[in-house]
Design a protein around this ligand. Structure first.
Ligand code: TPP
Ligand code: MG
Length: 370
């Protein structure tokens, strides 16, 4: 027979456990100790309150351009929860909730958004890579880390994050191909928040789902309700366990939404409707988790307020610590190489000239370039 339909032995599953109306699929409900549930809620709330603080600090000129994470907290936190300290997490730039769970200090994350290299240094004992803004470049790093995990043979796995827009980049596809061929223990998470700045998901790819891209690379995928922390945890646990046992990579597409601006330099009213935003506000992962915990009896109004107060105090302390930091403008030249390259030396001298000129109060700007 010259013509027949091929059977592709690959699976793509859709997963939702707790919907936005509070309906719980008891059969799928993951087992999570009450103490962990409280800590997960606290981390998600912390991420949300930190996000609000960052937004205001940017408006006050206290940090640089900021990319909010509001609405996407569950789609990163669930993955951080599913791995251990020895595993790896490779973020893009909207994974604050996961980073807080992994132990990143808020003042350090503030430093990053203030453009300070010190914000990219990973604290001892945390197996993560820093925030990464060059879109999809972190897919290559994540794949490399996962390959390293495989070569070490200690059963470690690597979670790597990318946006829906990032899946149009070559870096994403190269990483996916390599992950499939080398069967690396990588969980590739797509935070499909429906937009890549002003480009909607429908214009990003002709594929029906992003999840199905895994099929072409020879591995399985999940598409999950990314605003449902329980669903994210179920999918993440399965993918992590499979990777740990040598079963190779999994792609998990989290269906979520960027409730805020793309960055503080963006005005989303120019390209999306208020109705669309309202529709997604009703699916917000944070009140959904809160209601679930209240129904379960592991949180009450008083407990919720106490958590908020605790976070507010920690935020104030972190902001204060961040503002005490003495920013050295020349640090950026020393950061990359043990011995500065001639070009960096030239640039540093130029900046020094500029500062001297500023302090001198002279009108004419120096043109000297060495
Ligand atoms: C290589 C590269 N090209 C362009 C940009 C500018 N840029 C920053 S975020 C972004 C859109 C990314 O969309 P998506 O991957 O969906 O992530 P989201 O911002 O929605 O989280 C673009 C084009 C960049 N940072 N890096
Ligand atoms: Mg996006």
């Amino acid at each position: 027979m010259p013509r027949k339909t091929l059977e592709i032995p690959r699976k793509i599953e859709w997963l939702s456990v707790l919907d936005h109306e509070g309906n719980l699929d008891k059969k799928l409900e993951p087992k999570i100790p009450a103490e962990d549930l409280r800590k997960l809620y606290k981390t998600m709330l912390n991420s949300r309150m930190f996000d609000e603080r960052c937004f205001h600090m940017q408006r006050q000129g206290r940090i640089g351009t900021y990319g909010p994470t509001k609405g996407q907290e569950a789609a990163s936190l669930g993955f951080a929860y599913a791995i251990g300290k020895d595993d790896w997490l490779v973020p893009s730039f909207r994974e604050t909730a996961a980073m807080l769970w992994r132990g990143w200090e808020m003042d350090k994350i503030l430093l990053w958004w203030a453009g300070n290299e010190a914000g990219a240094s990973v604290a001892e004992g945390i197996n993560d890579l820093p925030i990464c803004v060059p879109v999809a470049s972190q897919c290559q790093y994540g794949m490399g880390v996962a390959w390293g995990c495989k070569l070490r043979g200690k059963g470690q796995v690597c979670i790597t994050f990318c946006g829906d827009g990032g899946t149009s980049e070559g870096d994403f596809h190269e990483a996916m191909n390599f992950a499939g061929v080398y069967q690396t223990p990588m969980v590739m998470v797509i935070q499909n928040n429906q937009w890549a700045i002003s480009i909607p998901r429908e214009s990003q790819t002709a594929s029906q789902t992003i999840a199905q891209k895994a099929v072409a690379y020879g591995f399985d995928a999940f598409q999950v309700d990314g605003n449902d922390l329980l669903a994210v945890i179920v999918a993440a646990r399965e993918a992590v366990e499979k990777a740990r046992k040598g079963g190779g990579p999994t792609l998990i597409e989290c269906i979520t939404y960027r409730l805020g601006v793309h960055t503080t330099a963006d005005d989303p009213k120019k390209y999306r409707s208020d109705d669309e935003v309202k529709e997604w506000e009703a699916k917000d992962p944070l009140p959904r988790l809160r209601d679930y915990l209240i129904k379960k009896g592991v949180l009450d109004e008083k407990g919720d307020q106490a958590v908020r107060d605790e976070i507010k105090a920690a935020l104030d302390a972190a902001t204060h610590k961040f503002e005490q930091y003495r920013h050295d403008q020349y640090e950026m030249f020393h950061h990359m190489f043990a011995d500065m390259t001639p070009e960096l030396q030239r640039q540093m001298a130029e900046l020094k000239d500029y500062h001297e000129w500023k302090e001198s109060g002279k009108k004419r700007q120096p043109s000297r370039v060495i």
